[in-house]
Design a protein around this ligand. Sequence first.
Ligand code: HXC
Length: 510
Amino acid sequence: MQNILEQLEQRRKIARLGGGQARIDRQHKKGKLTARERIDLLVDRGSFEEFDMFVEHKCVDFGMAEQKIPGDGVVTGWGTVNGRIIYLFAKDFTVFGGSLSETHAKKIQKVQDMALRNRAPIIGLFDAGGARIQEGVAALGGYGEVFKRNVQASGVIPQISLIMGPCAGGDVYSPAMTDFIFMVKDTSYMFVTGPDVVKTVTNETVTAEQLGGASIHAVKSSVVDVAFENDVEALLQLRRFIDFLPASNVQAAPTLPVIDSPNRLDNALDTLVPENPNHPYDMKELIYSVVDDKDFFEIQPSHAPNIIIGYGRIEGKTVGFVANQPLALAGVLDSNASRKAARFIRFCDCFNIPIVSFVDVPGFLPGTDQEYGGLIKHGAKLLFAYAEATVPLVTVITRKAYGGAYDVMSSKHIGGDVNYAWPSAEIAVMGAKGAIEIIFRKDIGDAEKIKAKIADYEERFCSPFVAAERGYIDDVIMPHSTRRRIANALKSLIHKSVETPWRKHDNIPL
Ligand code: HXC
């Protein structure tokens, strides 16, 4: 018996060494942790239960029969994060570059199936070069099975990907179908095909960072939601992030104990909006003022900063925030901002997370650049996402709500449940100057007349009261009481229930 126990321990030791000490050292030299070190940081101490440690690939081509490494390049299993169950897989770059074989794929599929069956989030830690080249179509088939499961689980359990090394092919397409992608700066890259293939096919010379580093994906392409400084920060922030999410679409996100009173007033908000309507201010001040303990997890902070999205809590319960940011492009809605917010709203709606919207928007961004880029379709995504959402929607207009953007930003008309405005709100088709220059075009030479008309328009329309008179705004509220009013609104909506006609699924303008 003693012999068998020792054999088991020996086999485990070999499996834990992955591709060997030399490759582990190389991994460390690059500033990266190994798959197992990452798992240790992600899950609660001692909670990890590993599956399939002894699985080996079946490939015999290209000398592979002599190169079998137990575990086959991916560590899979489950553990807890702050006491809540998550399933996970972590690619081991020291074993054939973390590439995916048929058996490696089966290990991932097993935890995908278990996560879905047991209604728990699944997290993938990626550091891998895509399909295992030696296996050919067997590897491609393996990916297909993983992709299919990504889609089946979408909207049922949260799926989160953390990119922690060079990732190509299937190791970017599978993350792309998950709900959130986080990335580590400087050591991780995402591309469908790497710089060498790019050079061969297009003769373009690019570095891995230029092609698919965090500076591209977290800023330009918006593939990545947040980029972190290193492995440790990314894993610790992932632990924090998971606490905002429910385990599945039929469970509530955890309610955290909180001592921050929902009735807390903030007098600084009464002077947040500047006297001059063209001066910007930082909408994040309002978000930080409203959430419990100033704890806000921003998503896509570096992409389309004219809209802010992220999670906070009110009375310990998760809330999704969507807010125009006057500090960037005056808070205008453009294609990127629309897509960014639309996807966020859809995640919240899938997982029963109420949405609070802060509105200060001068409209959609005009111009050929935006129109040629499909602003109509991208703007429609945001409109569609808000209009189809059945979670509680609370809206606060702080200043401008002009034109179509007024309708889009969670207005009463498309489903807003409780809609408030600050006294500084201006709800109109457009700003006073633009409006008067159109409707009194013939008087444009008469400066005095135009000035008077502008003053007239401002007096009549640039206020919340025309909308409030019609009931489009439920109340005009004191800025300092915003947290209390939102907390009360959310409380009143806790049992919100909406009947929608049967359909297979809607057809959001993709
Ligand atoms: C088998 C692979 C591999 C792969 C890397 N390795 N990728 N082995 N299949 N796909 C192995 C290398 O041979 C090497 O083995 C080790 O992993 C480390 O790789 P390096 O190239 O030395 O590392 P690095 O310079 O950091 O470059 C990493 C990389 C590069 C950018 C990922 O290896 C690369 O470009 N790989 C190929 C990527 C790719 O095109 N994959 C196929 C995608 S198609 P040793 O023994 O030296 O340690 C795909 C289809 C899915 O995935 C369908 C999508 C819809």
